[in-house]
Design a binder for this molecule. Structure first.
Ligand code: FAD
Length: 464
């Protein structure tokens, strides 16, 4: 790093060292000219873990088969090659491994290795900064990055890859519970430390709930696992068989109601041909962004109000083995699913009382010893508890994305300011773009965005 106005200066900076930030760094290192200085800023090391890949639990699986998890769109078998070389699953041949749902912990190690390899083969220099960025300020023809420790860094162009923020437990009194009584689902060691004999209530019934249940089960949990969510919908399983064979393009011209009708019809046709309904979702998966962007704003609102929960369980599916564990627990009554909305929690000695609205206007009362917050990813830009995002919104450098989701971005990912003007030096990737793109969370989208972000930053900073 060089010094300018007392702040060290780099050519490019990537804020966030989760999967998206690391993939962006790899692309920048591979494309950079000699001498380029790149900073990767991440408070929570080791790199590439973020929320999803920080778990070391063998039973926390990728929700996509290994053969589809390459970090690089132009090397589709890269993750598979990595696993084969590692001999991580010697009992599976290559084809079986491609279809297998492997432990998520492998993914961070894979990205870390690819980053090291990119560093070794690059003429550029990567500086790892172990801190968070709390503010971004335009300065001359670049940006000043204020770090958590109060120091600063100057960069010619910046990629914001700060990823997922947990939604807080939506109940009065949550802050007053002890650490043993209130556990975050993404705090994997804390979930594993829950006493197997206690009754728990998991708030939220999506993928984070499934992770928590897997951890509890592996720990020999004996207590009841209450699961509560507004629609009481559990994630559905993947099925083998590949994508159905129909032309999905006509869906893009339909309104929301017609699309839902069309999809149900395709599912019936698939089933008549002996294919599972999942084959229809697999067929439309590559069109996820186009399907969202071709809906009118009114239909997008309708989707968010009435359809999204049903969409999520069909789209964000889990490994069949995880689904089987959930089913077995339900069948023996240890996992009890409740439809409702918790509005208050309170401690009563060792117990936690939860109250809320239940089915058909009834009140819901539960008493457990521990509450697990598995409400998932916070998508509302204004509500994200990340000082950098709050500063960007408060300063007018950013504005909330469509429907208040994430931040607003131009089609190429440039950050839009309060007036809708693209910032020439700031690029956003990942879940902050969900409002604009809808599909902007999983590796198939992130790997494309990361390659584009690296190229864009190099061009903006005049360093192609
Ligand atoms: C539990 C879970 C399981 C998932 N499983 C899969 C899967 O199997 N397959 C799949 O394709 N996708 C999966 N996903 C989607 C997942 O979000 C992406 O695959 C990927 O992890 C997202 O990477 P990211 O870098 O965008 O965000 P994150 O992984 O959240 O990383 C963001 C990073 O930015 C850092 N950061 C935040 N704020 C700042 C700041 N102000 N300054 C500096 N750094 C900051 C954070 O510390 C973090 O390390 C899963 C998601 C979750 C939550």
């Amino acid at each position: 790093m060089t010094e300018s106005n007392h702040a060290p200066t780099v050519d490019l900076a990537i804020i966030g060292g989760g999967a998206a930030g690391v993939l962006t760094a790899i692309h920048a290192l591979c494309q950079a000219r000699p001498g380029l200085q790149l900073a990767l800023i991440e408070p929570d090391l080791p790199l590439a873990r973020g929320v999803a890949y920080a778990t070391g639990h063998e039973g926390h699986l990728l929700n996509v088969p290994a053969g589809k998890m390459s970090g690089f769109a132009d090397v589709p078998d890269d993750f598979l090659d990595y696993l084969c070389q590692l001999q991580a699953y010697p009992e599976l041949d290559r084809d079986a491994l491609a279809r297998h749902y492997v432990s998520r912990r492998h993914y961070a190690a894979y990205l870390q290795l690819r980053l090291r390899q990119a560093q070794q083969g690059s003429a550029a220099q990567l500086q790892l900064v172990n801190d968070s960025v709390s503010a971004l300020q335009p300065e001359g023809d670049g940006l000043r990055l204020v770090l958590g420790d109060g120091s600063a860094l100057r960069a010619g162009a910046v990629s914001v890859a700060v990823g997922n923020t947990l939604r807080p437990l939506p109940a009065r009194g949550a802050q007053l519970l002890s650490r043993a009584q209130r556990v975050e689902a993404w705090d994997y060691p804390a979930v594993q430390a829950i006493d197997p004999g206690v009754d728990v209530c998991i708030v939220g019934s999506g993928l984070s709930m499934a992770d928590s249940v897997v951890s509890l089960l592996a720990n020999g949990h004996r207590g009841v696992m209450h699961v509560i969510s507004r629609h009481a919908l559990l994630p559905l399983p993947h099925a083998e068989g590949g994508a159905a064979d129909f032309d999905p393009q006509p869906l893009l011209a339909m309104n929301l109601r017609q699309r839902l009708r069309g999809l149900r019809q395709h599912a019936r046709q698939a089933q008549a041909q002996g294919l599972p309904w999942q084959a229809v979702m697999d067929r439309i998966r590559p069109l996820g962004q186009a399907l969202w962007q071709s809906l009118s704003a009114a239909d997008q609102r309708r989707f968010l109000r009435h359809v999204v929960r049903y969409w999520d369980v069909h789209r964000h599916r889990i490994a069949p083995s995880v689904h089987a564990q959930l089913q077995a627990l339900r069948e023996r009554g240890q996992l009890q699913l409740h439809r409702g909305r918790i509005d208050a929690v309170s401690a009563d000695g060792d117990h936690v009382r939860l109250t809320g609205d239940g089915r058909r206007g009834s009140r819901l009362h539960l008493q457990v010893q521990c509450v697990v917050n598995a409400t998932g990813v916070e998508t509302r830009g204004q509500a994200m508890r990340n000082p950098l995002l709050q500063q960007l919104l408060a300063s007018g450098l950013a504005r909330p994305g469509p429907h208040g989701i994430g931040l607003d971005t131009a089609p190429d990912g440039q950050l839009l300011d309060a007036d809708g003007t693209p910032h020439p030096r700031i690029q956003v990737i990942g879940s902050l773009r969900i409002g604009s793109l809808w599909e902007s969370l999983a590796i198939p989208e992130l790997r494309v965005q990361a390659a584009q972000a690296a190229q864009w930053m190099l061009a903006q900073a005049g360093l192609p």
